[in-house]
Ligand binder design. Structure first.
Ligand code: CUA
Length: 335
């Protein structure tokens, strides 16, 4: 039995975890997120001040309220003039405040959407319920796709071209940028930038069906050198399996229904319905953030995807028990 004190500690840590860490607008780690963060606190401060002044004025008015005027028609000229000046001044101040907030908002928009030179472009397509990421390059040989986890170099604006294949989704990596919708039939642009190396979590922010909550996304920000190494490694095809178990696993993969939906470059699998699995073992999660990457998680996912994400479009793959382990080992080994 857990004590009430334990519950309080858990609740407090959950509340605090929402303010900092890998998925929080209040913990910005890039210039775009900082612009939104600054605007948020500016609005909060101004609105809190206005609220406090209104409540004080109300309290003061209630405190010195007198009885009803003996005759409502008896107007005292001097008092009326004073009241007119006070009310007009307050109306003007309200106008000035609103104009100030509008200017602050406009200035933030310029920081978010002003011209920026992005050297890296990633096309992200939202699907129910995962993210397809294609790293574009003028040289088609250097174009590759991955899923649910993107790597970016630090201190560089990265342009995301956002599209959707089925319904409207919304990409939101709170520590790096604001939300942007992914809409079928059109392309929206969003620039993200990380100032510090780290892993930042994102989430689909537009209700898109049953597993909307399990549509997570990771941005791994790395120093340029590490990013280049990662990118060069993603471009190449999978390394052929080097042990018996994984060789057997590739055989299972290629002879089962997996290949109709998934790509493993170099293995002869070219399905484009589900995520590209060429380097799936190098990702931190599977199923768009639903499970931590491990051979066991892969096995559980392949055998019973509906048990992990009810409603998911991936069908269960009918496999014999002696096929599941090699297949999971094979996929986990695709680094
Ligand atoms: Cu995709 Cu919510």
């Amino acid at each position: 039995m857990r004590s009430p004190r334990h519950a309080v500690v858990v609740a407090a840590s959950l509340a605090l975890a929402g303010c900092e860490g890998w998925q929080s607008s209040l913990d910005p780690k890039g210039p775009h997120a900082s612009a939104i963060h600054d605007l948020f606190w500016f609005f909060t401060a101004v609105c809190a001040l206005v609220w406090a002044l209104v409540v004080l004025a109300l309290a003061w008015a209630l405190w010195r309220r007198r009885g009803l005027r003996p005759d409502p028609l008896s107007i005292q000229g001097g008092r009326e003039r004073r009241l007119t000046i006070v009310v007009s001044t307050l109306v003007a101040l309200t106008g000035v405040t609103l104009i100030g907030l509008t200017i602050a908002s406009y200035a933030s928009q310029r920081r978010l959407f002003g011209p920026q030179e992005a050297r890296l472009t990633i096309r992200i397509t939202g699907h129910q319920w995962w993210w397809d990421a294609v790293y574009e390059d003028p040289d088609p040989q250097r174009t590759f796709s991955t899923a649910n986890e993107i790597h970016v170099p630090v201190n560089q604006p990265v342009l995301l071209k956002l599209e959707a294949s089925d319904v409207i989704h919304s990409l939101w990596v709170p520590s790096l940028a604001g939300k942007q919708d992914l809409i079928p039939g059109r392309q929206n642009l969003l620039t993200i930038q990380a100032d510090r190396a780290g892993v930042y979590r994102g989430q689909c922010a537009e209700f898109c069906g049953w597993q909307h909550a399990h549509m997570g996304f990771l941005v791994v920000a790395q120093p340029q050198q590490d990013f280049d190494a990662w990118r060069n490694q993603q471009i190449v095809a999978r390394a052929p399996p080097d042990d018996e178990l994984r060789k057997q696993g590739e055989g299972v993969f290629l002879s089962s229904t997996c290949v109709t939906c998934h790509t493993v470059r170099g293995a002869g699998a070219g399905g484009r319905v589900g995520p590209d699995l060429t380097h799936v073992g190098g990702r931190q999660y599977i199923a768009a953030g639903a499970l931590r990457m491990s051979a066991e998680a892969l096995a559980a996912w392949i055998v019973d995807p509906q048990g992990v994400k009810p409603g998911v479009h991936m069908p269960a793959t009918p496999l014999r028990p002696d096929q599941v382990q090699p297949l999971a080992a094979y996929l986990e080994g695709l680094k």
